[in-house]
Design a protein around this ligand. Structure first.
Ligand code: EPU
Length: 299
């Protein structure tokens, strides 16, 4: 991008030249030239409104747990930095989208509220989790979502309850310039000891089946209907396939891990090789769960 950013945008808190390696859980990627970090809803709204008015392409980033960025990005990136406060009203908790997802699940458990146990091992921000209707162990966000606030691509603020067709497996309509601002979960009062035990059991299961001690981006591909991407990749004998420091995890085939010095390009290449091989062996075209950003494809 060669033209200067509009003054209205520069009033929103921002940082320059932040490495995506620090902004993503895989720890790879080029520079984020313009990282906008609004601390209030009006600041976030000003960002989206200004970009819409100026016809500026931009992207929103959450906890970076599902993202690989190839090269540097000149286009503005929005990452909410709202105060970390969870508001409880009865059995509902309302949480800003920038709150850590695991931290929210832990806070709900500490309050003796049941319903978010499934979320206790899913990294990233709450906004990212809502946006992709994150789930585990047969539960997903839409099961507990009472209502949510978001900005439209024009920067208008909407608060609503989920409706049929808005959320499905690892998908929601909250893409394409929509920004989740906060979400309210409908939980039930439970026994804090039992809730903690369930959280511990999920952790234990995850810890034994997933390579959590290495940098990763969770599952790389979506499960095709009725099938498991992990099993398909495993059956194609791809565990341990390695390009540089990027490897298909020997523990769980649907995880790619960074041994330390991997690059975004190595991960993109590894994903492509896995996709091609699984297609050849089983005839299934895997769809990525992670996003790949590249300036030339986003602007
Ligand atoms: N499997 C293999 N080989 C492997 C990995 C798995 O044969 O290398 C088999 C397992 O034995 C099992 C089946 O595949 O029979 C399913 O595996 P698993 O129970 O690990 O669940 P998954 O379908 O691979 C899903 C979610 C995970 C979530 C777990 C637990 C997706 C794409 N993945 O994994 O979510 O943690 O269930 O609920 O929906 C994520 O979304 O990033 C993620 C990690």
């Amino acid at each position: 991008m060669t033209r200067p950013l509009p003054d209205d945008l520069l009033k929103v808190p921002h940082r320059r030249d932040v490495s995506f390696a620090r902004l993503t859980t895989l720890g790879v990627g080029g520079l984020c030239r313009w990282l906008f970090e609004p601390t209030t809803e009006p600041e976030a709204q000003a960002f989206v409104r200004t970009c819409a008015r100026e016809g500026l392409p931009w992207r929103v980033l959450g906890g970076g747990s599902n993202l690989v960025v190839l090269g540097d990005l000149e286009l503005p990136v929005l990452r909410l930095a709202f105060p970390k406060e969870i508001q409880r009203q009865g059995n509902q908790v309302r949480t800003p989208a920038s709150h850590g997802h695991i931290a929210l699940a832990e806070a709900a458990a500490a309050m003796g509220l049941s319903g978010l146990e499934f979320a206790s091992g899913i990294p990233g921000s709450l906004g990212g989790a809502i946006r992709m209707n994150a789930g585990a162990y047969g539960r997903e966000w839409v099961d507990v979502l009472s209502h949510f606030r978001f900005l439209t691509p024009e920067g208008d603020l909407v608060e609503k309850a989920p409706e049929p067709g808005e959320f499905s497996y690892r998908w929601s309509f909250l893409t394409g310039g929509r920004v989740v601002l906060s979400a309210t979960a409908d939980l039930v009062e439970g026994d804090a000891v039992k809730i903690r035990a369930q959280v511990a059991e999920y952790r234990e299961k995850r810890g034994t089946s997933q390579p959590l001690s290495k940098r990763n981006a969770g599952c790389i591909f979506k499960n095709p209907p009725g099938q498991s991407a992990g099993r398909l990749i495993d059956q194609a004998d791809l565990k341990g396939l390695r390009i540089g420091d990027a490897e298909v995890s020997p523990e769980h085939a649907n995880f790619l891990i960074n041994h330390g010095k991997a690059t975004a390009a190595e991960f993109a290449e590894l994903m492509e090789q896995v996709r091609a091989k699984v297609l050849e062996v089983s005839g299934v075209a895997l769809e990525p769960e992670v996003e790949i950003w590249q300036e030339s494809l986003l602007s």
